[in-house]
Write a protein that binds this ligand. Structure first.
Ligand code: 2IP
Ligand code: CA
Length: 375
């Protein structure tokens, strides 16, 4: 199944290209940042171009994976629905067609005949990425496509993607917000048990090439199944036990959690960052020991891919509420195959009990003990 990994690396790069093109090409960028309301609103245009960009990315992934692995088609899920309605109530289903021209023609129908924007988008969708900076040579993955499902988040941290602030990010340091928080996430899970077994995190805006000034991405990947644990990131060193833990949170985290963790970690080691995927990536890279979230505000598509990388490194992601109740964190690992029966719509796929992403299980226990009775 190294073929699936290779394909997902390639499609993640195609998706990253689409994300970059939408910011780099003026006609698309205009659409991305404008939000027309009231009199200005063109009723023939889809409600929201940013959602269209997300859907296009998701459909590229679905199309390419479905073409090579037809047995997976019904098990490829994403954050967005590909059905669009414009202000006139007309419904269009956005899919990738067999030629660039056909895709452009279909996109033009949801862009109210804007042929330039439709052609630019279609070109990015149909162009094969040049080279991919990720070597999987010699890797054999003991998995069959018929036992797997996929979760896609076309762009995580959409607000950072739209806002587009460029931060100078130093190697080995966390930067709380900016374009680098926007990530393409593709996670693979086992249909029977829901365990995450393969993950690709593509960061489209890692740095600018000093010569050309164009954005360069970075790909992180991991596989964790049976005895095989491989990750493109090497295992971060756990902080010495004498050192306080470092934890990353959402800035909108509850005050009680902020206060409890501030007394556990000390104010210096309590950090804030945007993007659920980016925060887990910080744990993967060892920039934080853990990411704690007390609300059910993330979804299966946010956590599946980075969870697989953390597992490959010996860590994981647990349901916070279940861990606090059961006192046995090992049994509370998030799974990806079953909906939350009490949720409606997208909420059926929420990580409703909150979560803790960790690199080291003894550190996880310290965090759970500290939060007990505090929420
Ligand atoms: C969001 C995004 C947000 C995050 C939220 C995710 O996904 O990652 O940044 O909130 O949980 O669902 P926060 O940054 O406060 O952690 P999307 O951007 O795809 O909607
Ligand atoms: Ca997301």
């Amino acid at each position: 199944m190294a073929d699936l990994l290779k394909l997902l690396l390639r499609v993640s790069e195609k998706a990253a290209n689409v994300a970059r093109v939408c910011r780099q090409e003026a006609p698309l960028f205009q659409l991305l940042v404008q939000e027309k309301t009231g009199e200005d609103k063109n009723k023939k245009f889809v409600q929201d171009f940013k959602t269209l960009a997300d859907v296009v990315i998701q459909e590229v992934i679905r199309n390419d994976v479905g073409a090579q692995f037809p047995e997976m088609v019904d098990f490829i899920h994403g954050e967005e629905s590909n059905k669009f309605e414009n202000g006139l109530g007309e419904c269009v289903t956005v899919t990738v067609r067999s030629t660039e021209e056909e895709t452009a023609a279909l996109l033009a129908t949801v862009l109210d005949g804007d042929l330039t924007a439709a052609a630019l988008l279609a070109r990015a969708i149909h162009q094969d990425p040049a080279t991919i900076n990720a070597s999987t040579d010699g890797l054999t993955v003991p998995l069959d496509p018929s036992e797997l499902g996929i979760w896609i988040d076309p762009i995580d941290a959409t607000s950072q993607y739209i806002e587009g602030r460029e931060e100078v990010v130093e190697e080995g340091r966390m930067s709380p917000s900016g374009l680098h928080c926007a990530l393409v996430l593709i996670g693979v899970y086992l249909r029977v048990t829901g365990e995450p077994v393969m993950g690709i995190i593509n960061q489209p805006f890692n740095h600018r090439d000093p010569a050309s000034g164009s954005w360069q991405g970075k790909i992180f990947w991991g596989v964790s199944c049976r005895d095989l644990n491989v990750c493109s990131v090497s295992r971060p060193k756990a902080s010495p036990t004498s050192q306080p833990l470092s934890v990353v949170l959402s800035s909108s985290e509850k005050q009680a959690v902020k206060e409890t963790l501030a007394s556990l970690c000390g104010p210096e080691k309590l950090m804030y960052a945007s993007g659920a995927g980016y925060k887990i990536l910080c744990v993967i890279q060892g920039l934080a020991d853990a990411y704690v979230l007390s609300e059910g505000s993330t979804f299966k598509w946010d956590s599946c891919a980075p969870h697989a990388l953390l597992r490959a490194l010996g860590g994981g992601v647990v349901d916070l509420t279940k861990s606090l109740e059961s006192g046995c964190e090992a049994k509370a690992e998030l799974t990806y195959h079953e909906p939350y029966s009490e949720g409606k719509g997208a909420d059926r796929w929420a990580n409703y009990g909150g979560l803790v992403a960790y690199g080291d299980s003894s550190q996880l226990s310290v965090i759970i003990r500290a939060l007990k009775g505090k929420l």
